[in-house]
Write a protein that binds this ligand. Structure first.
Ligand code: SAM
Length: 179
């Protein structure tokens, strides 16, 4: 069901960009998403491709968003029971806090694995490098060879991106790849 705040967010929030279908199809294949039993999509409302395709593939999933009926803020929302994968395209402007929170959720056992679509520049800065290095045991990075064309409400923009993944089984042997 459409929600006014969400529809406004799509128009005015520079952080709100829709991920194109091919990007979601591609990562769902790469990580073998159908093998997961309980998937959390924490920045995804009803019209997101992450959600649409999870439903099409009949994956048990929970999509939440700050402007859903419960106001599901990522930083306070409890992941679904037995969550073995969290995957999404988070708001890039909050990336440091989101990466930090994602590792906290791994640490406390609320999620087993995650994949976050982030700007390629996420690999810069000492703060993020330190976080990634601390968890490098199970980290995998997938770099896009071409910039992704994100679909804004009134505009589009191209961004160099990568997936930052943690503890994804299908990526164990290929911890760094370009797609
Ligand atoms: C990059 S968009 C992703 C949209 C959609 N997931 C997609 O890829 O098509 C990130 C979304 O997260 C929402 N958001 C911002 N802060 C949030 C928070 N603390 N908790 C949950 N969602 C948040 C924004 O409003 C925005 O719609």
């Amino acid at each position: 069901m459409k929600n006014i705040q969400y529809e406004n967010d799509k128009v005015y929030n520079r952080d709100h960009v829709a991920t194109p279908r091919w990007v979601v199809e591609n990562i769902y294949n790469l990580i073998n998403v159908t093998a997961y039993g309980s998937v959390w999509l924490p920045f995804n409302n009803y019209d997101s491709q992450f959600k649409t395709q999870a439903a099409e593939l009949k994956i048990k999933h929970k999509a939440t968003h700050i402007f859903d009926d419960l106001g599901s803020d990522f930083f306070t929302t409890i992941p679904p029971d037995d969550c073995d994968l969290m995957i999404s395209n988070p708001p890039f402007s909050l990336q440091n806090k989101i990466i930090e929170r994602s590792f906290e959720l791994i640490e406390d056992g609320s999620i087993k694995a995650f994949a976050l679509l982030l700007p390629l520049s996420t690999l810069e800065t000492a703060k993020r490098a330190d976080m990634f290095q601390r968890y490098s045991d199970k980290l995998a990075i997938i770099v896009f060879k071409k910039r992704i064309k994100f679909l804004g409400h009134t505009s589009q923009f191209n961004k160099a991106c990568c997936w930052v993944c943690y503890n994804i089984d299908s990526l164990k042997e290929t911890r760094l790849q370009w797609i």
